[in-house]
Design a protein around this ligand. Structure first.
Ligand SMILES: *Cc1c(COP(=O)(O)O)cnc(C)c1O
Length: 347
């Protein structure tokens, strides 16, 4: 094994998450979101395994991502939705790769005459046609109709119930089109939010639906790095750059060979932790190539031991909370420096 940082992507864990989301929804169809290179985990291996699990509709953001996904899936006959819709100048790309734009404005609906989904803006205020404008489109056959929730991770949220109400009102305009409202969070909010298919991204890849570790969801990405050195600090010793950390007592610390250039957000340094044999060791400093952790809880640590920076013990949602971010940003920010390996059944 190389003595460098390593990213392990567990496709069996992803399969377990797929099954968990489906079971939560009483067998609801899963239409995986694989934008941004499968949330940074590699769209080819991820999408082929999802296909093997039964997924037949996939979502990407960009038309170029749709083209790349079509190449990765080869002859597999899947519907590939492009959330940007049909941007002017991309019509040929969409047609050449048999992509299905999710039309995101009245202007796009007027310009695109091919097969398409329709995005209705029920209150996310990014893209989509307004519920008021949807009425004028009821004569058209859409391959599906969808909307997207802006605050579904929060419990008892008035914005979310308002969006649900508006989607309920427009849905009957398109009685022949399957409907979708929910991403990962909404898929766990109960029957009313599920409609004909759900569009999970982050919970397939190891993030809890409600931005906190969830027992139903397994870690998919594990980032680990070796301990390069173990050092003793005296009170007053400063670690790393600037004022990141100053010891107030004698401490043993480990220096591991990964840093924010591998995707461990620097802002996590004050609150995050790595795991060694399942025991959490708080971060003290995160620099580009090295992370320093407190070994108080791990007196047996040795040079060469591998610290888990992200994985089944150092949970994705804990790292993102420590960094003041979301799990999506952590995964899509994993860099290409760590050596990658896939485990589990590769389809
Ligand atoms: C990104 C995205 C999703 C997936 O969201 P997760 O929170 O990762 O489950 C679903 N639908 C739309 C429209 C999106 O942009």
């Amino acid at each position: 094994m190389s003595p460098e940082s390593r990213l392990t992507i567990d496709l069996d864990a992803m399969a377990a998450n797929y099954a968990a989301i489906q079971a939560e929804g009483g067998g609801v169809e899963i239409a995986p979101v694989v934008k941004a290179d499968g949330y940074g985990l590699g769209v080819g291996p991820v999408a082929r395994r999802l296909w093997a699990l039964g997924a037949r509709r996939f979502f990407v953001a960009r038309a170029s991502e749709g083209a790349a996904l079509r190449r990765e899936l080869g002859a597999r006959d899947a519907t590939l939705y492009v959330l940007d819709g049909a941007l002017a100048g991309q019509e040929e790309l969409l047609r050449d790769f048999h992509l299905t734009p999710v039309l995101a404005s009245a202007e796009q609906v007027a310009r695109w005459d091919g097969i398409a989904g329709l995005h209705i803006d029920t209150g996310m205020n990014r893209v989509g046609v307004s519920p008021a404008d949807a009425g004028a489109l009821a004569h058209r056959r859409f391959e599906m109709v969808m909307s997207h929730l802006g605050s579904a991770e929060a419990a008892d949220n008035a914005r979310t119930t308002g969006q649900l109400t508006r989607f309920r009102e427009v849905r009957p305009l398109f009685p022949h089109s399957p409907a979708s409202l929910s991403a990962s969070a909404g898929a766990f909010k109960g029957e009313a939010y599920r409609y004909d298919f759900v569009r999970p991204g982050i919970s397939l890849y190891g993030g809890g639906p409600f931005e906190t570790p969830d027992a139903r969801i397994k870690a998919v990405a594990t980032l680990d790095a070796p301990i390069l050195q173990i050092r003793d600090l005296r009170p007053g010793d400063q670690v790393g750059y600037g004022k990141m950390f100053t010891a107030d007592r004698p401490m043993r610390v480990a220096v591991a060979g990964a840093g924010y250039a591998d995707g461990v957000l620097r802002t996590a340094h004050a609150r995050g932790a790595a795991a060694l044999d399942g025991v959490l060791c708080p971060f003290l400093a995160i620099t580009m190539d090295m992370i320093v952790v407190d070994l108080a809880a791990c007196p047996g640590a040795r040079v060469g031991d591998r610290l888990e920076l992200l994985g089944p013990n150092a949970r994705l949602d804990d790292l993102s909370a420590a960094a003041g971010s979301v799990a999506h940003e952590i995964l899509t920010g994993l860099s290409r420096r760590a050596e990658r390996q896939y485990i589990g059944t590769v389809a």
